[in-house]
Each structure stands twice: as structure tokens, then as C-alpha cells.
Design a binder for this molecule. Structure first.
Ligand code: 16G
Ligand code: MG
Length: 540
């Protein structure tokens, strides 16, 4: 008997209470595991096992587990792991999560667990530390019980932070792991999160008058109570937030006819919004890691200010601050986008602002890693996931810089405050919201002035159900298809017929479908191009 057989026995015993449904194949994808909540107990139990192994592997550093299904309907749920610096689980471990989730019997599970431990050369003698939280879904508590059972079987230490936004959990993980080091990120409490953001926001708003109200649709999810907390700590004298869609007591309302995904997909106001032309409005998603803005113009026409607009606003502002601080030789600002970024935003960033732009495949982890390669890396998906990363070197430069004038002093102070305000672990709707509010206040802009930086090219997104989406493989950051053979040439031939046209096809990572995106000079041309490209897919 090895010393750790008692752990494996405990795992086998506990796992019988969380049997894997027959015939289902689970996969840890860009958003972790996500599906109908009633199919998730066995998966969450096993995520508990893996979280403990991951913590042991990393010398007992704290690992996070978030139970949420983001913008999905209330009957869904999901689970994902957070690595020690608050980033997404390292890519190579996703396969271990999938392996554990698919072990059919208790015996197979123990075998799979032993395999993960052996492959990763994990010392089972190290104490594991895990923290977790959940969103407001009614299935959350039972999934937490499954998680606790997995952690207990592994004799892991753990702490339940109850209901939080996803980015708040990422923040806590980083705070805990950096406590007492030079890179200490903040106080490892929910209050510490609000205080860090609040202090930074007040510094940025120093000398500014309170902007007009911003109306925030919280998707009837966790963002509502948390934004209320944030508003209280920031201070209503400087931040006028009007919260709408904050009913977390009625499960069916979560993400229903509201929230960032609804607004982005339908390009319209959530029904029941009572707003006037030029009011600033924002929508969060169900776990508050995504935000989009929008407004109505004088004719009550709806205008979306999506992730691309937020990235452009942030890049413009930070680039100006870096120049004003006299640091433009030392600190280079760059932007990371995906193929879904509106072509007009890319042109604006490169040609007008003169900042480099990198394109990566869809999914936060890809953008995050690419942004880490810039001194200051602004990354946003068009759908509103994103943040701004300050490299350790740029932070030291900003910290050490000696201002030569009052203007330089102010710029440096603003840069320092921004690096505290913007969540450095993951895209965070609450933090991004404060960033946008602060920038608009500095510029004295309303939504129309912000929107004026560039005009979006008309675009159309179409979802197509195909026989086998896995047959659609891509290259060049998902902008070109490699297979099925010959299809990309046909797409190219269609695109060539439209002036300023662009289109690409990629398999969804979250749904059993293929997505087609098209852009062109006019609305009808964009629709036509998307429709024609979608039409090609039926042949495959
Ligand atoms: C996931 C990703 C999101 C991406 C979306 C694409 C994370 C945390 N989430 O929700 O960034 O935009 O997938 O979905 O990475 P799709 O593959 O179905 O188009
Ligand atoms: Mg989300």
C-alpha cells in the first residue's frame, strides 16, 4: 500500500454519490465545463479532485473554482478553474479535467486520477488549498456540495466565498497567492476588492465633477448586488449608477431578455429600459465578466458601443497618458483583438492611434496571453470580454518615474490609478465599467463623442448547424479555413465580389454549430455576403 491509498479509497467512496451519467462525453472548453445543471454534479466533484491536485502540484498555492454558466439560461451551469495568479487554468491541464470528467466508474476515476498525478509528477504529500464561489443560479448550492465532497476526499483545505462575480474570485485567488510578497495584489476579501477599485477610481476622478447617471442592466444576475456594493464603497458623490434588471430572486429572469449577450446579439435595448437619447447605458452578463455600452441618438436609433469601442477608448486614453508622462519611448501600448473585431476598429487603432494590433483565436485565454507580450496590452473581444494588462516592467517604470512638470505628475498618477482600477487577472465588467466612466469624465465625452472615433462597418453574424462542426478547422487566428478542403477558395471568391468585404467561418467552441461572420460596405451587402457564405456550408 502506498501512503496515499487512503486518499484514493476516499475518492472512490465519495464518487459513488456523484455517478457520471451514462453516454455523455464532457469537454473542458474555453469556458470550462458548461451544460444543463442536472448533468454537472459528477463533473464538479471531479473538478474538486483536479483543483486539489493542481494546488499540490504548485506547492500548495491556492487554486480557484468558479461555478457559473455566465450568459447562459438559468437551467444551465458550469465550472472552471482559476490558476494562482488569477488567470485561466493552464491549457495543458484542460485535458486532465476532461479525462477525469469522462471516467465512467469509481474504479476508472481512481485510475484516471492516479494517471494525472503520475503524469504531472505531483507530490500528493503537499497540502492543497482551494477557494470557490458561485453565481446566483438556483443549482449553485447543490453543485457546491459536489465540489466540497471532491475536495474533502482529497483532504484539501478550502474556503467557500459564496456568491461572487467570476472576476472577484479571480481577484481573490491572486490576492491570496501574492500576500506578503512584493507583488501583493490586494486584501483577499470582497470588501478589499471594492476598496481597491474605489480608491483608484476616486484618484482618477480627482477634480472632476460627478458625471451624469449611467444605467446598468445587470442581467438579473450576480452583478446587481455586487455593483450595489461597489457603488456604496466608491461613493455616490462621484458615481451615479442606476441599476436595472436586478431581480436575482426570480430564477427564470437570469439573462432573459437582458444582459450583454442579449444586447450584443439583438442590437437593441433590453425590453423595459426607460432611457432618453444620449443616456449612457451598459449591460453586464450573468457572471459580470463582460460589459457592453449603448445609447439612443436623437432619433431613438440604437447604437452599440461594444468591446472594440471599449478597447479603442482605452488604448487612446492610455496612449495619451503615456505620452503626457514622457514615457512613450519606454512603454509601448498594444491591442489584442479576434477576427470578430470590426474592421473599422482595427483601422482606427493602427492608422489613427498608431498602435500595433495582434489578432488571436476566440477565447479569453488566447487574448490574455497575447496581451502579456505588450508593455501595456489592451485586449477585448467584440462581445465585451476584456481588460488592460500592465507588464511588471511597465509598472516599475511608472512607479519610478520622476515628474518634471505638474502635467507629468497628473499623468503618472492617473496611470498608477488605472493599473489598480483595471482588474489584472481577467476581464471584469465592474472594473471595466469604472474605467470607461473615468475616461469619459476625463474627456468630457458623452456616448456620441465616444462613438465618433470611428464608424463600424456593417456586419452580420450567422449561426449554421452542420453535420460535423469538427470538420471545420482554421488557421491564421481563425480567419481562414484549412478544412473541408477547397471551401476557403469558395469563401474568397464570394468575398472578392464585395468592396471592403471580409468574411470568415469557424466552428463554435460552445455550441454544436458553425459561425459565419461577414462585413461589407453596406448593411444589405453584409447580410448578403453572410448569407451566401452560410449557403456554401450545406455542401459539407
Ligand atoms: C467562451 C469564451 C468567450 C468567447 C466565446 C466564444 C471565455 C471565458 N469565454 O464563452 O471568450 O467569446 O466562448 O463562443 O474564454 P463560441 O466559440 O461559441 O463562438
Ligand atoms: Mg461571463
Amino acid at each position: 500500500m502506498s501512503t496515499f491509498d487512503n486518499i484514493y479509497t476516499a475518492v472512490a467512496e465519495a464518487s459513488s454519490g456523484f455517478a457520471k451519467p451514462q453516454g455523455l462525453i464532457y469537454g473542458y472548453g474555453t469556458a470550462g465545463f458548461r451544460l444543463k445543471a442536472n448533468l454537472l454534479a459528477s463533473v464538479v466533484f471531479r473538478v474538486g479532485l483536479l483543483a486539489a491536485v493542481r494546488s499540490k502540484k504548485l506547492n500548495g498555492q491556492t487554486i480557484g473554482v468558479m461555478i457559473t454558466a455566465s450568459h447562459n439560461p438559468e437551467e444551465d451551469n458550469g465550472v472552471k478553474l482559476v490558476d494562482p495568479q488569477g488567470e485561466m487554468l493552464e491549457g495543458s491541464w484542460e485535458a486532465y479535467a476532461t479525462l477525469l470528467a469522462n471516467a465512467q466508474t469509481d474504479t476508472e476515476l481512481v485510475e484516471a486520477l492516479k494517471k494525472v498525478v503520475a503524469t504531472t509528477k505531483t507530490d500528493m504529500g503537499i497540502k492543497a488549498n482551494v477557494i470557490f464561489a458561485k453565481d446566483t443560479r438556483s443549482s449553485g448550492p447543490s453543485l457546491v456540495a459536489a465540489l466540497q465532497a471532491g475536495l474533502t476526499a482529497m483532504s484539501s483545505e478550502y474556503k467557500d466565498y459564496e456568491i461572487l462575480t467570476t472576476p472577484q474570485l479571480h481577484y481573490l485567488v491572486r490576492c491570496i497567492n501574492t500576500a506578503g510578497t512584493p507583488a501583493e495584489y490586494g486584501a483577499p476579501t470582497e470588501l478589499g476588492y471594492y476598496e481597491k477599485l474605489g480608491k483608484a477610481f476616486r484618484t482618477l476622478m480627482d477634480g472632476k465633477t460627478r458625471p451624469s447617471a449611467v444605467f446598468v442592466d445587470c442581467a438579473n444576475g450576480v452583478g446587481a448586488p455586487k455593483l450595489r456594493n461597489l457603488r456604496r464603497i466608491v461613493g455616490e458623490d462621484i458615481l451615479d449608477v442606476r441599476i436595472i434588471n436586478d431581480d436575482i430572486e426570480t430564477p427564470s429572469k437570469l439573462n432573459s431578455q437582458c444582459g450583454a449577450d442579449f444586447v450584443k446579439t439583438n442590437q437593441k435595448l433590453p425590453p423595459g429600459s426607460h432611457i432618453a437619447p444620449q443616456d449612457r447605458c451598459a449591460s453586464l452578463d450573468g457572471d459580470a465578466d463582460r460589459v457592453v455600452y449603448y445609447y439612443l441618438d436623437q432619433d431613438s436609433t440604437f447604437h452599440l458601443l461594444d468591446g472594440d469601442k471599449i478597447a479603442s477608448l482605452a488604448a487612446m486614453f492610455i496612449q495619451d497618458l503615456v505620452k503626457s508622462a514622457g514615457l512613450e519611448e519606454e512603454i509601448k501600448v498594444g491591442v489584442v483583438q479576434t477576427a470578430y473585431a470590426n474592421g473599422a476598429s482595427t483601422v482606427y487603432l493602427q492608422k489613427v492611434l498608431g498602435v500595433p494590433v495582434t489578432c488571436t483565436p476566440t477565447g479569453v485565454k488566447h487574448l490574455h496571453h497575447a496581451a502579456q507580450r505588450y508593455d501595456v496590452g489592451v485586449y477585448f473581444e467584440a462581445n465585451g470580454h476584456g481588460t488592460v494588462l500592465f507588464s511588471p516592467t511597465s509598472l516599475s517604470i511608472i512607479e519610478a518615474a520622476k515628474p518634471q512638470s505638474p502635467a507629468q505628475h497628473t499623468a503618472l498618477q492617473s496611470l498608477r490609478a488605472l493599473s489598480d482600477l483595471i482588474n489584472q487577472t481577467v476581464g471584469d465588467a465592474l472594473s471595466d465599467l469604472l474605467m470607461v466612466e473615468a475616461i469619459l469624465a476625463h474627456k468630457g465625452w458623452g456616448p456620441k463623442e465616444w462613438d465618433g472615433a470611428y464608424t463600424d462597418l456593417p456586419n452580420r453574424l450567422v449561426r449554421v448547424v452542420v453535420k460535423d462542426r469538427h470538420a471545420f478547422t482554421t488557421t491564421d487566428a481563425e480567419r481562414r479555413l484549412v478544412s473541408p478542403a477547397g471551401i476557403q477558395d469558395r469563401v474568397d471568391a464570394l468575398v472578392a465580389k464585395y468592396k471592403g468585404g471580409r468574411a470568415f467561418v469557424r466552428a463554435s467552441g460552445t455550441e454544436d454549430a458553425v459561425r459565419v461572420y461577414a462585413e461589407a460596405g453596406t448593411r444589405s451587402e453584409a447580410d448578403e455576403l453572410a448569407c451566401k457564405v452560410a449557403g456554401l456550408l450545406s455542401d459539407y
